[in-house]
Design a protein around this ligand. Structure first.
Ligand code: HEC
Ligand code: HEC
Ligand code: HEC
Ligand code: HEC
Ligand code: HEC
Ligand code: HEC
Length: 611
């Protein structure tokens, strides 16, 4: 197997784990799945994928400007790849952003409801429009191959206007992304907070966007064993280095003018992040590109490019996360699901990139079919691993299906959180029992109203079990201020567990939006783990034990509740008196005999829901 197919497998694994993370996020909601909180509301998906992701995808607009507007034809060979990077970068960023908003299905709302006062409104519009523009720019490459020449000619005719719109949109939204943080002077650390943020953002985005194109082109040459034009890339690198040089000057000048130079030697841990960001994002790439030997070698250029890209990523993470930690008074570290989704979105974009590269003329020297097959390792090769696992002769498609299945199941295990437990199965709501006589002294228990009815002599039980004192023997838990609540109110589903905790009703009763801190400790994620024990409030009125901190408020199924209680007590009676009150027919006697099939059904149901 070659490096290419191994890399693809890794990407498939990461993308699959990402897909599972998406499912978990959609089912569980942000609160259950992420480690975000009120004071650290922007995490990986917004900062890493959106703010940082679009920054390094900026090469598309930079090169479009270079080739179409400044007419520097020399760089045309990397124009298409740059546009594809922009398309995929913006696509995956938009996708992660949709997952990050509270209601993903409402993503289109800014199109209809206009809030001119919001930077986010501008960002949303620019990103959506620019993504459409990149899609139109990529379209000819794909359409050409499918013989849609008329459409391609039409698109070519609008290329220049499209490019100009693209440049405007892209620069608009980079500056507004910067402006987002200009709006939080009280929050952002002085090392990063400056009114120059919009300009610094766009400079670093263009500089590192160019280096991203270099990195991708070099990686392409390496993975597909194709020649690359190093001298052209070297020139491109010089252009990128000049822009990053301007950026570096801007950063330092800004610190000096704001009188914050001393913040660099104040001994706070943020300094380390700041210095690392400048070294990676500007100093190292500039120095490497300035050295002729490094600039002319693939290794030197690749190091410069990776360093520039990493530096800009770190810069955005610093502005969006690191720099806010101190004033938040709370730390934030992304949860497993957050990391998985972030990385998965990148991996998926990379896979699409490979697909486009292999099937369309993204690069001028697209690899030929036979060449690709050899690279994929489709040809029979039998190294030791291959022989043991019989992987050698396996076609790449089979191998990848295998990888995906294994990764998906492993990921399901990783994220088995509240979210997965909460997956809704089909519910069978329980109905109240009917009274067999006028005083309801005998109840006909038939929660799902089928032919299976159990007669329960309620009155007889009260008398036999101690009259007025008997109630708590069965009514083990009640609604607030109720002596004996009916079981079906809480054990409300025939076969599934039901939560007896109604979040909305609590919020409403405890003074709406001011209620949160009565149960959730501030500055920590709001979820099950960080909520006040029920008994703290319901010790008196529901009879919950004060010590029941880890109290499980999911009432088991109606069938389980009935069997657990009725049969438990009857078994004890049987042991004492030698009776046979715990046998199925003792209770289920008013209908057709319980068949072995029914017994199987009950164990299936209880097995899934009981403890
Ligand atoms: C002490 C009384 C008692 C005994 C003994 C008992 N059950 Fe039940 N069972 C109930 C009650 C009460 C219900 C709830 C009836 C309802 O709401 O339809 C129930 C429900 C069920 C249901 C679900 C019925 C439905 O409509 O979905 C099945 C199946 C069942 N029992 C099977 C059994 C089997 C098999 C046994 C013997 C191993 C057994 N039961 C023993 C009291 C009993
Ligand atoms: C042997 C167990 C047991 C005992 C003892 C018991 N109950 Fe019940 N009670 C039940 C069950 C089972 C139901 C039916 C619940 C359902 O399906 O919702 C019920 C239902 C009720 C209901 C709703 C009645 C209806 O008509 O729907 C009330 C009220 C009630 N019990 C009060 C009491 C009081 C008061 C006592 C004590 C004096 C008591 N119970 C003792 C098991 C018991
Ligand atoms: C106020 C809500 C509420 C009412 C009313 C209620 N339950 Fe429960 N029940 C729960 C919850 C929550 C649990 C799970 C927590 C626990 O084990 O205490 C539970 C657990 C149980 C269990 C399992 C206990 C164990 O130790 O595993 C049985 C059996 C049961 N209920 C039967 C009943 C019966 C029968 C009635 C009616 C007579 C009833 N419950 C009324 C909420 C309720
Ligand atoms: C009475 C206590 C209480 C109050 C008041 C309360 N919560 Fe909760 N909250 C809980 C509990 C308990 C859970 C866990 C629920 C679960 O596991 O089903 C929870 C879960 C959550 C979750 C994660 C739920 C999910 O389904 O993803 C969020 C988000 C949340 N609360 C936000 C809030 C906000 C915002 C407020 C204030 C408007 C608030 N809570 C007020 C007790 C409370
Ligand atoms: C901060 C105090 C507080 C905490 C913590 C709390 N509750 Fe409540 N709860 C209330 C109040 C207040 C009411 C309204 C009581 C009334 O109607 O008299 C209520 C009502 C209820 C009710 C009645 C139905 C409803 O939703 O209105 C249930 C059931 C209930 N709580 C269960 C729980 C459970 C389970 C927990 C733990 C997860 C819990 N509560 C935690 C304050 C609290
Ligand atoms: C706390 C103990 C206890 C629980 C819980 C309990 N039982 Fe009983 N049950 C008894 C006793 C004691 C008798 C009476 C035995 C006798 O006749 O001496 C009895 C008798 C019965 C009888 C026969 C009554 C008659 O006179 O014909 C039925 C039917 C029955 N139970 C059904 C149920 C069902 C259904 C449930 C669950 C909803 C239940 N029991 C829960 C203790 C219990």
């Amino acid at each position: 197997m070659t490096a290419l197919s191994r890399l693809k497998e890794l990407l498939w694994i990461l993308a699959t784990v990402g897909v599972v993370a998406i499912v978990v996020r959609l089912l569980g909601g942000l609160g259950a799945v992420t480690d975000l909180s009120d004071t650290m509301p922007w995490g990986m998906w917004k900062i890493f994928n959106m703010v940082a992701g679009v920054a390094i995808a900026t090469g598309g607009f930079a090169l479009a400007a270079t080739v179409y507007v400044f007419k520097l034809e020399r760089f045309r060979p990397v124009l298409k790849p740059a546009v594809v990077i922009a398309f995929l970068g913006y696509g995956s960023s938009c996708f992660a952003l949709v997952m990050d908003i509270g209601l993903p299905h409402a993503f289109y709302k800014p199109i209809i409801f206009w809030n001119h006062h919001s930077f986010l409104f501008e960002v949303a519009w620019c990103v959506m429009l620019y993504f459409s523009v990149t899609a139109l720019e990529v379209a000819p490459t794909v359409l050409e191959q499918h013989g849609l020449h008329k459409l391609v000619r039409l698109l070519h005719r609008v290329t220049l206007p499209l490019v100009i719109v693209g440049i405007t949109l892209s620069s608009l939204h980079h500056t507004s992304l910067g402006s987002l943080f200009v709006a939080m002077p009280a929050r952002l650390h002085p090392l990063w907070f400056t009114s120059w943020l919009p300009w610094l953002f766009i400079l670093s985005a263009v500089g590192s966007g160019i280096f991203m194109v270099i990195a991708v082109t070099l990686a392409y040459g390496r993975l597909y064993r194709r020649p690359v034009d190093l001298s052209m890339l070297g020139r491109l690198g010089s252009a990128g280095a000049v822009i990053l040089g301007l950026y570096l000057i801007g950063k330092i000048l800004d610190l000096v003018l704001r009188g914050e130079l001393r913040a660099l030697v104040s001994g706070q841990w943020e300094e380390g992040f700041f210095v690392a960001e400048l070294l990676l994002g500007a100093v190292i790439p500039i120095v490497l590109v300035a050295l002729p030997r490094a600039r002319r070698s693939a290794a030197g250029l690749a190091t410069a490019a990776c360093s520039a890209v990493a530096g800009t990523l770190l810069n955005r993470l610093n502005v969006g996360i690191t720099g806010l930690v101190r004033t938040a008074g709370a730390s934030y570290f992304p949860s497993l699901a957050e990391i998985a989704l972030s990385v998965g979105a990148f991996a998926a974009a990379a896979l699409v990139f490979f697909y486009l590269v292999e099937n369309y003329r993204v690069f001028e020297n697209t690899p030929a079919r036979e060449h690709l097959a050899a690279l994929e390792g489709d040809v029979k090769n039998s190294d030791a691993m291959g022989r043991v696992w019989a992987l050698g002769p396996m076609a790449s498609r089979t191998r990848i299906s295998l990888v995906v299945v294994v990764a998906a199941s492993a990921a399901l295990g990783l994220f088995s959180t509240d979210a997965l437990e909460g997956m809704e199965l089909r519910r069978t709501p329980v109905q109240a029992p009917r009274g067999v006589d006028a005083t309801r002294s005998v109840l006909a228990l038939n929660g799902d109203r089928d032919e299976d009815v159990v007669l329960f002599p309620h009155e007889t039980h009260k008398q036999k079990l101690g009259g007025q004192q008997s109630c708590p023997k069965c009514h083990h838990q009640n609604l607030p201020h109720d002596e004996a609540s009916a079981c079906h109110g809480c054990h409300a589903d025939m076969a599934l567990k039901t939560s007896i905790f109604n979040h909305a009703s609590h919020v409403a009763r405890l003074n709406d939006k001011w209620s949160c801190t009565q149960c959730h400790e501030p500055n920590r994620p709001k979820n099950h783990g960080n909520s006040k024990p029920c008994a703290d409030c319901h010790h008196e009125d529901m009879g919950l034990e004060a010590s029941a901190a880890g109290y499980d408020y999911r009432a088991r199924s109606y069938t389980d509740a009935m069997h657990g209680q009725c049969m438990g007590c009857h078994q004890r009676q049987d042991e004492k008196n030698g009776t046979r009150m715990a046998e199925c027919g003792f209770c289920h006697r008013h209908q057709k005999p319980v068949t072995p099939g029914a017994q199987k059904a009950v164990s299936l149901r209880t097995g899934g829901t009981g403890r």
